[in-house]
Ligand binder design. Structure first.
Ligand SMILES: [Zn+2]
Length: 345
């Protein structure tokens, strides 16, 4: 099969389109014909050697995929060739304490697709049957890929962890990111008033089209002041933050009394000085999450198939041009997901 093979960490030219052996399913495993794979922020970190978990080379990255089952190994009882599925990027064991209580997203023995194993930047990918999600009928593969990580992450952050209720105000940082655009939609669907931030005025219209009631440019405006002005001095009940750094400090300043801040990323700065006095005086709770469960992925894919949530796709690429997709991601000049097709020439 063809795959994007990484033989060293480095620049875009380390993404090599090569022939590698097609995987063969072992006991309890399936091989998926990958019909679409997505580009995630962690991919560019991994390529540059900045992810924090070392790979052995050659390596095939790729965190998410959607496709059809090509072959099943012995002992596979729940799936058959032709079934439409997506692998869950958290490769949970199915037997540990957390897996047994339905928290396979924080499995004690978890691997990560494309990070600890070969992933979906390939025409075929192999996973165990307990790490699969069935795709709703009629949901296109590219939408399944574009939806699963950002929408399920935002769902977990806002609904499961943040306990968002109708009528609350939600501040979504970085509206143009995958999780940001997902967060706007989910907050709106849940009946919230949504304030979104972006660094570029050109992204205002797209943020509003997804449901943002107000948009703030964080490169030209003081975000806490703007949020306070928009909320009559009350602040935001929930802040969805995937940036970290100074944005997280802004999030604390922009939060209402009793506000919840849910952090799902830190590309803008991993170490932050937090004013603890402000945190406890305002009764702010600070949560971290980022790995949704299979049930949450199933929930959001169902809502996409039903037309209640939208998979936001910025651009399609043939997988052979993964380098161009990585370059676009690093330029930050995108709104939504980049989706790649391993079978397109
Ligand atoms: Zn487990």
């Amino acid at each position: 099969m063809k795959a994007i093979v990484l033989r060293e960490y480095g620049a875009f030219d380390t993404l090599l389109w090569e022939d590698v052996s097609t995987p063969v399913p072992d006991f309890g495993e399936v091989v998926i014909r990958v019909r679409a794979t997505g580009l995630n922020h962690c991919d560019t970190d991994l390529r540059r050697g900045l992810f924090g978990l070392a790979q052995t080379f050659p390596h095939v990255m790729g965190v998410d995929a959607a496709g059809t089952i090509e072959a099943v190994g012995p002992g596979v009882t729940e799936y058959k060739p032709g079934d439409r599925v997506a692998p869950h990027f958290v490769l949970s064991c199915g037997t540990c304490r957390n897996c047994l209580r339905g928290l396979e997203n924080i499995c004690l023995n978890a691997g990560l697709l494309g990070i600890t194993t070969w992933g979906s930047y390939a025409q075929f990918v192999k996973v165990r049957q307990n790490n699969l999600i069935r795709l709703p009928d009629g949901l296109p593969f590219d939408e399944a890929v574009a939806a699963q990580v950002p929408l399920a992450t935002a769902w977990e952050a806002l609904i499961e962890v943040g306990k968002l209720r109708a009528g609350e105000t939600v501040l979504v940082n970085a509206a143009g990111s995958g999780v940001g655009s997902a967060g706007i939609q989910i907050a709106k669907l849940a009946g919230a008033r949504v304030i979104a931030t972006t660094g570029q005025d050109s992204k205002f219209a797209a943020a509003r089209a997804l449901g943002a009631d107000e948009v703030i440019n964080y490169s030209t405006a003081n975000v806490p002041d703007a949020v306070m002005a928009l909320t009559g001095g009350l602040g935001a009940d929930i802040v969805l933050d995937m940036v970290g750094g100074d944005r997280l400090k802004d999030s604390i300043a922009a939060a209402a009394l009793g506000g919840r801040i849910v952090s799902v990323g830190a590309h803008g700065g991993e170490h932050v000085d937090i004013d603890m006095i402000e945190l406890f005086r305002k009764h702010i709770s600070l949560h971290g999450c980022g790995r949704s469960t299979r049930a949450m992925v199933g929930e959001v894919l169902g809502l996409v198939a039903a037309g209640k949530l939208k998979a936001v796709i910025h651009k399609h690429f043939p997988l052979s041009q993964a380098a161009a997709a990585h370059e676009l991601m690093e330029s930050r000049a995108f709104f939504g997901r980049m989706v790649m097709d391993p079978w397109q020439a």
